[in-house]
Design a protein around this ligand. Structure first.
Ligand code: FE
Length: 337
């Protein structure tokens, strides 16, 4: 009996071995195009490879270049996944038919509905809060209340804003259009422009530096820029204010990802996406850039948590994409450069 079993075992083993020689198994691999820079993505790819054995190859570039490349490569693209910041960019990728829907209970459980595409083509992986930062020597927090209030004449020559060319404020204005309608949103943006202390600035960090040096009193930025600056110089007279806590909530956006339409390793790509939304990777994804995890079960990095908790706007971020063109035109009409 034993002899028979051993024979059977060797036969089976030989058969499997010959199959392996005839059909070499390709090691599983996922190719990622990422607008997030290498230092923000490599740690979690390494963790994924360690857990699953699936290798991750990646290329980083800005989102415009990556979208153009995906479009040009079409069906021949080697990419399985696109990672980029801002729902506006992910929406544009979905519109250009560069992504494919993913049905996954893991993703549905880990990511709140407003932070993912209703058609399941893209998924938020970290939250970026766009909030008010003020000069603590010039503004009392009790003077601040909402994004809309920054249009009030009491802020005349006290407001700094980043250029309207960057998607961040385009998404914020798009969400205001969704909330208030176009006419009301335009009034608010015109009020902001009337209150500007300087021409719109090149980036969020510059806006913060202007507030810190007293050239203006308040600005609107993503909190991780504030975090970076305060880590360098903790004595800057800057503080976070969470607006709209009695109304719609803080405008949040995402960094996120989707599986490419012509992915050849869809199964592995979905596994990577699920891994990135899991408790094992959520802190790696969010903390490294001082963002917030999308998965509500995960604790926020202590340095970030010290800025306080806030109510976020629960409107689906797909609106940031759908209303992006309307927002850009509105900002132009309002004289917001
Ligand atoms: Fe940024």
């Amino acid at each position: 009996m034993l002899r028979f079993n051993l024979n059977y075992f060797f036969c089976k083993a030989f058969f499997l071995l010959s199959l392996l020689i005839a059909y070499p198994v390709h090691a599983a691999e996922v190719v990622v195009y990422s607008a997030r820079i290498e230092q923000l993505i490599k740690p979690m790819f390494d963790a994924f490879t360690k857990e699953t054995g699936i290798k991750v190859k990646y290329t980083t570039d800005n989102e415009g270049a990556l979208l153009a490349r995906l479009e040009a490569e079409g069906k021949n693209t080697p990419a399985d996944m696109l990672i980029t910041a801002d729902a506006g960019n992910l929406w544009a990728a979905a519109q250009a038919k560069l992504l494919k829907p993913v049905k996954s209970e893991v993703l549905e459980n880990n990511i709140p509905a407003h932070l993912r595409d209703p058609q399941n083509e893209w998924f938020g992986l970290s939250i970026r809060a766009r909030t008010l930062i003020y000069n603590t020597q010039k503004v009392k927090p009790s003077e601040l209340s909402t994004y809309e209030d920054l249009a009030d004449p009491k802020w005349n020559k006290r407001l700094c804003l980043r250029s309207s060319k960057k998607v961040y404020n385009q998404s914020l204005v798009a969400m205001m259009i969704a909330e208030h309608g176009e006419a009301e949103a335009e009034k608010i943006v015109k009020g902001w422009v009337a209150n500007l202390a300087t021409d719109p600035l090149s980036d969020d960090t510059r806006a913060l530096e202007f507030v810190a040096s007293g050239k203006c009193d308040v600005t609107l930025v993503n909190t991780y820029y504030y975090g970076r600056l305060m880590k360098k110089d903790p004595d800057l007279p800057l503080a976070v204010f969470w607006p709209n806590q009695n109304s719609g909530g803080v405008h949040v956006n995402i960094s996120g990802a989707g599986v490419t339409r012509y992915s050849r390793n869809e199964h592995a790509a979905v596994r990577l996406l699920e891994f990135l939304s899991s408790d094992k990777a959520q802190n790696l994804f969010a903390d490294v850039n001082m963002e917030y995890p999308v998965n509500p079960k995960i604790e926020v990095d202590p340095f970030v948590a010290a800025w306080g908790s806030f109510k976020q706007n629960p409107m689906n971020l797909v609106k940031a994409g759908e209303l992006q063109t309307t927002a850009v035109k509105l900002m132009d009409r309002a004289g917001y450069r």
